[in-house]
Design a protein around this ligand. Structure first.
Ligand code: AMP
Ligand code: MN
Ligand code: MN
Length: 317
C-alpha cells in the first residue's frame, strides 16, 4: 500500500473518524490532533475519539474539540493512529463499522488490522510518520499541526534521547522550528513538568522498587488505592518505569499498574546499554510494542504478576 492510496481514501471520504490506543500518550494525542488539523486543511471535518484526555496535553490546538460521539454507523473512513492492535484501540466499534479503514503506526508488533496499513517500525514516533506523510500530501505543516507533531516526537523519543532517533528526526524538528513551533516550551510542558499527584505516585513507586536477579531487574508497582490516595489524574503513571532503567546494571525495568482487581497493565523498558528486546517478552503475555519499550496486560496479584514476568525475563538476561 502506498501513501497515494491513503490520499485517495481521505479525499473520497466525507465522514471521517480518528482514534488511537487506550491511555493515550503524547504520540497518540499528537497524532490524532495533527491528523484532524491536516484533514481540515483538505476541507474535511473529522471526529476524534478520546475517552481519557491527559491534562498535560490540554495546551495543544484542537484539544477542546475532542468529544465522545454516539453514532457508530456513520463513518466512511476510520483512521487508527499509534495503535498496534484492535484490542487496545479506543473507539474500536467505530473502526469496525466504518466503510474503509486505515492504520498508521510505528509498532513492530502491529497486527495490520486495517484495509490499508502504513506501518514503519523504525520510525521513532507515529507523529514523525505523519510529518512525512503530510509533506508528501503537500499539506502545509503550520505552527498548530507542527506543535502536535513535535509533542509526539518529543514524548516518544524521551526528549530526543532514545536510540530510535535518526537524522531525519532532527531534520523534521528543525523544519518545525522554522515554522515557528516552540520546541523548548513543548518539551518543558510534556517532559519537565510534574503534577504533585504524579510526584506522589513516583515517590511511592520508588519506595517500593526492588532489584531482583542480581540487580538486573528493577520492579515496582502502583495500585488503585495509591491513585485514589494521591488524587491521581489521567496520565500520572507515565514515566515511572523510566526511573528503574537508569540504575546501573539494570537490564529490564518493570512497572505494573492495577487496571482492575487482579489485573495489571505492565510497562517494560530495556536497560541502558543492553540489547534485550522487551517487546518479545511482552509478546509472550499477549502484548507488544517496541524493542526497548513495550507493554502487556497480565492477570494476578502483584506477587503473582511479578513472578510470571521475572520467569520470562530470566530467560533472556
Ligand atoms: P507503555 O509502557 O504503556 O508506555 O508502553 C510502551 C510501548 O509499548 C508503547 O509504544 C505502547 O504503545 C506499547 N504497548 C504498551 N502496551 C501494549 C500492548 N498491550 N500491546 C502492544 N503494544 C503495547
Ligand atoms: Mn503511544
Ligand atoms: Mn508512539
Amino acid at each position: 500500500m502506498t501513501l497515494d492510496d491513503i490520499l485517495v481514501e481521505m479525499k473520497q471520504a466525507e465522514k471521517i473518524v480518528v482514534m488511537a490506543h487506550e491511555t493515550p500518550d503524547g504520540d497518540a494525542i499528537g497524532s490524532m490532533l495533527s491528523m484532524k488539523l491536516a484533514l481540515k486543511k483538505m476541507g474535511k471535518e473529522a471526529d476524534v475519539i478520546v475517552k481519557e484526555f491527559p491534562r498535560t496535553f490540554a495546551f495543544l490546538p484542537g484539544a477542546n474539540t475532542v468529544e465522545e460521539k454516539t453514532d457508530v454507523e456513520k463513518y466512511d473512513l476510520a483512521i487508527s493512529l499509534d495503535c498496534a492492535d484492535l484490542k487496545r484501540l479506543v473507539g474500536r466499534e467505530y473502526f469496525e463499522k466504518a466503510k474503509k479503514t486505515i492504520v498508521i503506526d510505528h509498532h513492530s508488533t502491529n497486527m495490520m488490522y486495517g484495509d490499508i496499513n502504513f506501518v514503519n517500525p523504525v520510525s521513532p514516533a507515529c507523529c514523525e510518520i505523519l510529518a512525512g506523510m503530510f509533506e508528501y500530501f503537500d499539506i502545509d505543516i503550520d505552527v498548530e499541526i507542527g506543535s502536535c507533531i513535535a509533542t509526539g516526537i518529543i514524548t516518544d523519543t524521551g526528549g530526543f534521547k532514545y536510540s530510535s532517533v535518526t537524522a531525519e528526526t532532527f531534520e523534521f524538528t528543525a523544519e518545525l522550528i522554522r515554522k515557528g513551533v516552540n520546541i523548548s516550551d513543548i518539551y518543558q510542558r510534556v517532559l519537565e513538568t510534574r503534577r504533585k499527584s504524579n510526584f506522589e505516585l513516583l515517590r511511592r513507586a520508588m519506595n517500593r522498587l526492588e532489584l531482583l536477579e542480581d540487580d538486573k531487574i528493577a520492579f515496582t508497582y502502583i495500585n488503585k488505592k495509591d491513585e485514589e490516595e494521591v488524587h491521581a489524574e489521567i496520565g500520572d503513571h507515565e514515566g515511572i518505569v523510566e526511573n528503574g532503567r537508569s540504575i546501573e546494571g539494570v537490564k529490564v525495568s518493570v512497572f505494573i499498574r492495577e487496571k482492575e482487581e487482579n489485573l495489571y497493565k505492565v510497562s517494560m523498558r530495556a536497560g541502558n546499554g543492553t540489547n534485550i528486546n522487551v517487546s518479545d517478552i511482552c509478546y509472550v503475555f499477549g502484548g507488544g510494542g517496541h524493542p526497548r519499550a513495550a507493554g502487556a496486560t497480565v492477570a494476578g496479584t502483584v506477587e503473582q504478576v511479578k513472578e510470571k514476568l521475572v520467569k520470562e525475563i530470566k530467560k533472556v538476561i
